[in-house]
Design a protein around this ligand. Sequence first.
Ligand code: GLN
Length: 533
Amino acid sequence: MPDTRYIFVTGGVASSLGKGIISASLAKLLQSRGYKVTIQKLDPYLNVDPGTLNPYEHGECYVTEDGAETDLDLGHYERFLNVPTSQANNVTTGRIYQNVINKERKGDYLGKTVQIIPHITDEIKRNIKLLGTKHKFDVVITEIGGTVGDIESLPYIEAVRQLKWELGSRALVVHLTLVPFLNASGELKTKPTQHSVKALLEAGVQPDVLVLRTEKDLGADIRKKVALFCNVNPRAVIQSIDVSTIYEVPVKMQEEGLDEICMEKLDLPVNKTPDLKKWKNFLTKLKKADKKVTIGLVGKYVELADAYKSIIEALIHAATYHDHKVDIKLIHSESLTSENVAERLNGLDAILVAPGFGNRGIDGKLEAVQYARENNKVFLGICLGMQCAVIEYARNVIKLDKANSTEMDHSSPYPVIDLMEDQKNVTDMGGTMRLGAYECKLKENSAAYAAYGNDITHERHRHRYEFNNDFLSKFEEKGMIASGCNPETELAEIVEVPELKWFVGVQFHPEYSSTVLKPHPIFMAFIKAAINK
Ligand code: GLN
């Protein structure tokens, strides 16, 4: 398709209304009509990327194949579309300013005064259009983080206003708001929506489509009223009612005609309804599953489930394909001790020790690993979780007293996990870890090989420390093997204990690449083992 179409998704009234899920659902519907679609998130904060953010601030940091550290919404985009995203799909105010200031230092502005308008807005527009011009997508959906009216969002809204003007019918704005239900009066209230549309209008942007989040059915009168006060067609007032799973949203949006109204407004031919057969099959399985598999997820950020978003979704995908409902027990690693570990982890079908950084909660993670190993529980360790499995094995099986990762103890006599050589001189924390997809070669006759059914895979990384190969022979002698290795560097990417039922640690993050239509082999094998335990 020669002329890329641009859809902007803005939000009003409150944050956390699910702009990411609405964007991903609309993208899914357009994709299933045969268009090449991508979704981009613009985040109005000053961090250059979310890689340096504490998970409590912003939830999980999602890593793309090309090694970008991005917002967790990109995880939804990939899970829905089954297409990889890249650095171009997530841009922050920090990155925009960095680019502009770099250009200024190079003298590219030829003596002009550098200003928010036009320089910052031009850089925003350039980043939006890049996905159409360079990456050749038919439709680019750009989600603007934050809510309309925020000071931080202003340059983005201005960029949207300009693009809408320049692109005419090739651009449209979908505005997501909340229609609260007031118990006291028993009414749904549209005033916050009217105000939020007014805020957009003040910035010169007329929304084309309104998506209203609601707990209760809106009814024709409310839709008509909103349409009249906000200058939109009543058909363009779309209800987004609460549903039990995010994976139902595309189906709901199709019923509401969100894709059709967008296509009409973008001058795209509205052909037959898109084929969501595979998606609906997954949904039916998800709803029908009545048997339960219980997984203990041990981590230190469990107060905020968003910190483990991709792991939770990957578990749901895999359990669904095994016709099970997954019951995830979030277990705080700081609360686990040798006294309570048996009682706390008893009764679980499997144990997953989560990724993480730093010392906090590490002892509890090691307790969880030891309990899993000694009781032959199905176990998966991811990144730091894998490193914990290695440390625990070193200390308690190989009897290397005080074995540790140098991340936790610089002077450990047995640094079984250590900094990679090329990490030793790194001083900047942002974007300097081992990031993105690397090849991994699997050993035949291993649990890993059986999971993949293949001897090569590519998996995404985000870490500084690695298994220290100086100790590999000791581990192999005592029964923990490296069943997956990087073919160039020989770094151990997967460890396992073949003697146990299913005890696997992965240095990479399989959760990032599990999608609705393509659950991840490691999670599939982990859940299968948990069910058959
Ligand atoms: N802190 C560990 C490292 O940097 C593990 C990182 C992670 O779990 N993502 O190697």
